[in-house]
Structure formats: structure tokens, C-alpha cells
Ligand binder design. Structure first.
Ligand code: AVI
Length: 328
């Protein structure tokens, strides 16, 4: 098995709340101000994201569900490979709705595998550990709560079987492209030759369709962004007035970057934990999230750049989304 790196060791000595606090302070001290969208997912954020996935404008989930429900056998056959035992590891499993199609099919084919969902949200992992063995009898599951690479290291220390890593939902798009490539290189380092990755990526399309998905009429995306301020208030003892921030989503069809900002509607100050005070000018923004959209060519480039060979591509009928299979 692998051992922890120095950074992983240092981080593991800090509590989750310390890491959250450090990240928020660093982000709000920087120019321009920013917050990391990975913190969107507390219990309320999970709920809002679920709502968002059911909203008429948010298409990525439906596209990927179509791929997993219509192309289950093809995807399964591609990852079963030689029929040897393997670990099916899912990064950012969420409600595992898409992977459930695959898990069900693999079980019906008596494939020898263990499902290891990894998620930053404790709620998600305890939910999956409890519900999946009921909905999928016979499923071997070990949920891992924590940061992706810490948990991948842990997964490798538990088992040395071939690994198939799922990274769905265009979660990869929540990083700027260079970070995404760096992320895939890091992923490659945690894998051995012959291991696989199945990566879901949202593709470039009509800019109006993209922007609408991040600017839903019901205002769930706005609540989803503002919820991070509420989380900071509650967990880090801050006093954001969320009525004084507005949600501003953008999409640049040239770069494929869909970004969201919270805009301060007045001059104001916010204090965190009674000691760190931040000044927001009227119209100043906090950069909240990127949801990168890709061309198919770009998805291949990311794979090869990170040391993978792209071997399979699955699309929905509109070709709005891709699930690509890469071999390490
Ligand atoms: C989880 N992630 C891929 C979603 C996305 O589309 O970037 C999160 C999200 N943000 C706003 N709407 C949905």
C-alpha cells in the first residue's frame, strides 16, 4: 500500500473546521476575493444541489443519466475488461444515482467487485452506506468520507485489486482547466498500469442552454451559492448578511468557462470569528465557482496530458455530455 505524503500528513493533523477556516480566510484576503465551491456541500447544500438536479434548466445530470441508463452494458463491458476482480471507486459519489445503473448491471453479471464511494460530505457517505446495500442486495460497499486523494490512498491501502475510478457529473469542470489536468496527473499517480478512469464531462453547446442551467428561474442556483455564506456564518462564526449579495452567473462560449460570482450590493464589512474583518465595496465580487465546458478534442487532450489513453466515448442523444473511458 501507499503511505501518506507530507501534505496529507500535515492536513490530517488539522481538523476539518481548521482547513475550512484557513481556506475561507485566504480566499477573502486575496484579490479578487474568492471562495472554494467544494464547500457548497453541507447538508443544506446537498439538498439544494438535489433540487437543482431536478430543475428544468439543469441538464447535465439528465444527460449523464441517459448515458448510464441507455449504455449500461457497453460501459460495464468496457470496465469489466478481462473479468478479473476490481475495485470500483467513485470520486464525489453524491446520491450515486447514475452509478446505481452500472452497479445493478455488474451485480446481474456476477462481476467480482467492491464499490468504494468517496465523498467530502459525511451525510452522503452515511446515506450510501445505509441505503445501497438495501436497494442493491449483494453489493459490497465501503464508503469513504474525505478528500479524494487522501481517500484514494486509503483505498489502495485496503486493497491491491485493479481499480476503476468513476469521476462523474462533470465534477472535473469545477476546476480551472490547468488544475483539472494537474488533478488527472495526480489521479494517474494513484493508479497502476491497466487501471481505468471513467470521467463525465459537460460539453460546449448553445451558450444560452449553458447559462440558463446556472441561472435557473426558481433561483435555486442563487440559494446554492448564498448557502456557502450561511455555512460560513454558522460554522466559522461570521456575520454575512446574505440579503446584501446578489448572484451573477456568466458563460464565455470562447473558453467554455461558466463562472458564478456573488456581488456585494452595498459597501459593507463582514467579521469572521470576531477577529478577521473583511471590507466589501458596493459591486465588488466574490468568485464562487467555475463549471468548465469542454470540446471532445479537449477531453482527449486532458487524458493524454495526464498520462492516460482514451479508449472509449459515450454520449447522450444530444451530444451535450460525454463519459470517457481512459486507461492508465
Ligand atoms: C457538481 N458540479 C458539477 C455542478 C456544476 O454544474 O458545476 C455544481 C453546480 N453549480 C451550479 N449548479 C450546479
Amino acid at each position: 500500500g501507499s503511505t501518506l505524503t507530507q501534505t496529507e500528513l500535515n492536513d490530517s493533523l488539522k481538523t476539518k473546521i481548521d482547513l475550512f477556516y484557513d481556506d475561507v480566510i485566504a480566499g477573502l484576503r486575496s484579490t479578487p476575493k474568492r471562495l472554494n465551491s467544494k464547500y457548497f456541500y453541507d447538508a443544506n447544500g446537498d439538498k439544494l444541489f438535489q433540487e437543482l438536479m431536478n430543475s428544468p434548466e439543469y441538464y447535465p445530470t439528465n444527460c449523464e443519466l441517459e448515458i448510464f441508463s441507455e449504455k449500461t452494458a457497453e460501459i460495464a463491458n468496457a470496465i469489466i475488461a478481462d473479468g478479473d476482480a476490481f475495485d470500483l471507486i467513485e470520486l464525489g459519489a453524491g446520491d450515486a444515482m447514475k452509478s446505481t445503473y452500472l452497479l445493478k448491471y455488474l451485480l446481474s453479471k456476477n462481476a467480482d467487485f467492491t464499490y468504494l464511494p468517496i465523498d467530502i460530505s459525511e451525510n452522503v457517505i452515511s446515506y450510501l452506506n445505509i441505503t445501497l446495500p438495501v436497494t442493491l442486495p449483494g453489493l459490497q460497499i465501503t464508503g469513504l468520507n474525505g478528500e479524494y486523494f487522501h481517500m484514494l490512498t486509503k483505498a489502495a491501502s485496503i486493497s491491491s485489486r485493479r481499480k476503476v475510478v468513476l469521476f462523474l457529473g462533470s465534477n472535473i469542470g469545477n476546476m480551472p482547466i490547468n488544475d483539472a489536468i494537474e488533478f488527472c496527473r495526480e489521479l494517474r499517480k494513484h493508479l497502476s498500469q491497466g487501471d481505468m478512469a471513467l470521467i463525465g464531462m459537460d460539453l460546449k453547446k448553445d451558450p444560452k442552454v449553458v447559462l440558463a442551467a446556472y441561472n435557473d428561474k426558481a433561483g435555486i442556483t442563487k440559494k446554492f451559492n448564498l448557502n456557502l455564506l450561511t455555512r460560513i456564518n454558522r460554522e466559522l462564526n461570521a456575520n454575512f448578511d446574505i440579503t446584501k449579495f446578489d448572484h451573477y452567473p456568466t458563460y464565455d462560449p470562447e473558453t467554455g468557462a461558466c463562472k458564478s460570482y456573488l456581488i456585494s450590493t452595498v459597501d459593507q464589512q463582514v467579521t469572521i470569528n470576531g477577529k478577521e474583518t473583511f471590507t466589501f465595496l458596493k459591486d465588488e465580487y466574490i468568485y464562487m465557482e467555475i463549471s468548465q465546458k469542454f470540446t471532445v478534442t479537449q477531453t482527449d487532450q486532458i487524458a493524454t496530458n495526464a498520462g492516460f489513453t482514451p479508449v472509449g466515448q459515450f454520449f447522450d442523444s444530444k451530444k451535450w455530455f460525454i463519459d470517457a473511458i481512459w486507461v492508465a
